[in-house]
Each structure stands twice: as structure tokens, then as C-alpha cells.
Design a protein around this ligand. Sequence first.
Ligand code: TMP
Length: 241
Amino acid sequence: MTPSMQETAFEQPDKRVNWDRFLRGRFMVFDGPDGSGKSTQFKMFSNWVRGHWDVPVTEVREPGGTEIGEQIRAILLDPKNEGMTVRCEMLLYMASRAQLLEQRIRPALAAGHLVLSDRFVSSTLAYQGTAGGISREEIIRVAQVAVGDLWPHNTVIFDVDVPTAAKRLNPLLDRMEQKGAVFHERVRQGYLQQAREDPHRVTVIDATRDQDTVFGELLEALAHQARTNSATKSVTTKTIV
Ligand code: TMP
């Protein structure tokens, strides 16, 4: 490996930032379109935290992350289920989320862990909302039932254009990935809209570049948040609505 930004970041974490305080008991979401590379960044960040800071990390993914949630995931992504309506889809994603929240996220936060979630309500707003046609208000109402008052402190969106994302996907597309370019362009716009609406809590990273460059920018964006003390409070349902 060349002396990449990732290595630099590994060796020289920003000393001006109190990462320990920033990360402990924090609920962070990594999100973005299929093929954005968010799951790679998720792993890189989790490893970076474990390598540098004395903060326990709980990793979860959506849909899934629990035994029950993984069964719901299999139904959601099975290409055989092409007749699934968008409302059924939305409710199943929320059902998986409700289980994940009670079983894993809430206890981990209570124990002071950093909780890293690969997707969350931001995915439902982009896929079933902006792209699928269900209104933001309806999704937030159902999300209130699923997550109560437990919303992420901050969300990072890995933004990528549809042609670049398509090149990165495994040719065996799952049911969601099969929905085509127009749908996925709407998904992308849905994420960008969330960032415009809530720039303090939703950060966009240009994910078209190589993974080390993206990771360097991710750390810089989080360091900035930690230094400026922005996005430090978990959002309540009242703030979201
Ligand atoms: P993954 O491939 O990142 O694990 O995500 C599974 C798929 O589910 C992906 O295409 C995005 C989609 N999805 C939704 O449509 N709505 C949601 O609420 C979530 C969490 C995922």
C-alpha cells in the first residue's frame, strides 16, 4: 500500500479532537445508495476506532442485525418476492429495525458503546420515500412507533452517481438492486435532500473516489463535528418531525 490517507489517519489521529468523548455512547449511521462503498468505510472506521480508542464498538446492519431481523432481510431481498408492495416493504424494514433497536442498539448505548449502524431510517426515507413514493410524514410516523425517541446523533451519506455505483455491484443483484437506474437516481436524490434539510446531522461524503481518500475525508468530517461540538445530541422525534 502507498502511504495512503488511511495510514496517515491510523498513525496520526487528530490530537485536537477528544475522540473518546465524542465516540462514547454515540449512535452513528453510515448510509448511501447501493454500490456507494459505505460498508467498506463502515469496516474501516470500526477498525480505526478499535485500534485507537478505548471505546467499545457495537456494529449493526439493516435490515437484519438480529436473528429475527435476518429472517426479515431474507424476505425483503429475495428476488422471488417481486409482488411486494412498497408499503409492505416499508413496514418490514421498520419491523426489522424495531427488533434491532430493542435487542441491540438500546442496550449498547446504555453501556456507553459507540453504535455504528449500516443504514437506518435514512434508508427508508430514500428508498421507500423519495424513490418509492411514500410521504416523509408517513414514514416518520411509522418510525416513531419502531424507534420511539432513539434517533442517531449523526448520519454519514456516501454519495455516488448511479453509473459508478452500478459498476461496483455484484452482477447477482438482489430484489432492491434490480429496481433500475431511474429508481436508484431517485434514491440518491432522496439522500441528498436529507442532507440539505439537516446539514448539522447529515454529512455527505463524495464516495466516487478511492477508498483511502474517502476514508480520509470521513475522518476529517467527523473531527470537524467533534471539534465544533455539532451533532452532539441525539435527535428526538420532536426535532425530526
Ligand atoms: P444492504 O445491501 O446495504 O445491506 O441493504 C439492503 C437493501 O435494502 C438495499 O438495497 C437498501 C434497501 N433498504 C431499503 O430499501 N429500505 C430500508 O429501510 C433499508 C434499511 C434498506
